[in-house]
Design a protein around this ligand. Structure first.
Ligand code: C2E
Ligand code: MG
Ligand code: MG
Ligand code: MG
Length: 280
């Protein structure tokens, strides 16, 4: 039985079997070759501190420059990379190259920003993560105080005992740990008291309409207070408007990231932002 999907691609369906479009099968095999063909590009999005009006960090966001399709969003290929296990070598590539880039910026005299890198659940649960981080910092010469790992709640809820052990090892290296998309996962708040977490990132779905939506305003404020009470830093994602900035500032959150300041951009554009960063 063949069924037409909403995208207009044919899917072949047999009972008891997941159906995959030809398109996603092709993408999967292309993804397999993307690393060796050098098709990945790292973009960087600034994280700003409105208190001092400066860029304090950058988040590495991966882009896939597909030979025939052009730029593909990570929302499309990261799930495939996770499904196939390719996220492990891809994630390692991102970590190494982004650390190298940040160190190069520091050495060139650009602001000494930190690097925030997304770590997938599968990468986190590789028992070798802390040695990979240690080796990467050693090879690139980047000091650990400039590295933040962004984990999602879903990545850390799986096995509490080993999660705590991995996190402690990471903390011993001197890096910081952020919870990405905070408040959207399936975890309890209990982990906040056990795990050595440094930063909460308020998910953009809460931030997007804080000004219009009372519930999102309440959730955002609660996350800010929670972070303050637990002595954690808090950063708002997806900040696009001046109204959102005012709201966040008046409620005690001065770290922000979003299109209002800059979308994720290529490394040359980051350098331009550094040079003009007085304008934030
Ligand atoms: P994320 O880590 O939560 O990253 C934030 C996403 O929000 C990015 O999407 C960013 O471009 C977007 N964004 C930033 N500011 C705004 C804004 O003001 N408005 C709106 N509407 N969006 C904004 P992007 O780059 O498409 O990445 C999507 C997701 O893909 C990331 O979400 C992250 O979960 C994943 N991802 C990206 N790069 C990597 C990577 O190297 N490794 C892993 N494991 N995941 C990655
Ligand atoms: Mg992130
Ligand atoms: Mg996020
Ligand atoms: Mg996200």
């Amino acid at each position: 039985k063949a069924k037409e999907s909403s995208g207009g691609n044919y899917c072949f369906y047999e009972s008891g079997m997941d159906f995959k479009s030809l398109d996603s099968i092709r993408l999967e095999s292309d993804l397999n070759k993307a690393l060796q063909n050098d098709e990945f590009v790292i973009f960087y999005q600034p994280q700003v501190d409105l208190q001092n009006k400066e860029i304090v960090g950058v988040e590495a966001l991966l882009r896939w420059n597909h030979p025939t399709r052009g730029m593909i969003s990570p929302l499309e290929f990261i799930p495939i990379a996770e499904e196939t296990g390719l996220i492990v070598p891809i994630g390692e590539w991102v970590l190494k190259n982004a650390c190298k880039q940040i160190k190069e910026w520091h050495d060139k005299g650009f602001p000494r920003v930190y690097l925030s890198v997304n770590i997938a659940a599968q990468q986190f649960n590789q028992k070798t993560l802390s040695s990979l981080i240690q080796q990467t910092l050693h090879e690139t010469g980047l000091s650990s105080e400039f590295l933040v790992l962004e984990l999602t709640e879903n990545a850390i809820i799986q096995e509490t005992a080993s999660t705590l052990c991995i996190m402690k090892k990471l903390k011993e290296l001197g890096i910081r740990i952020a919870i990405d998309d905070f408040g959207t996962g399936y975890s309890s708040l209990g982990y906040l008291k056990n795990f050595p977490i440094d930063i909460l990132k308020i998910d953009q779905t809460f931030v997007q309409d804080i000004v219009q939506d009372k519930n999102n305003a309440a959730i955002t404020n609660t996350i800010i207070s929670l972070a303050q009470n637990l002595n954690l830093n808090v950063i708002a994602e997806g900040v696009e408007t001046h109204e959102q900035i005012n709201f966040l500032l008046s409620n005690g959150c001065s770290f922000m990231q979003g299109y209002y300041f800059s979308p994720p951009v290529c490394k040359e554009e980051v350098e331009n932002l550094f040079l003009s960063s007085k304008k934030i």
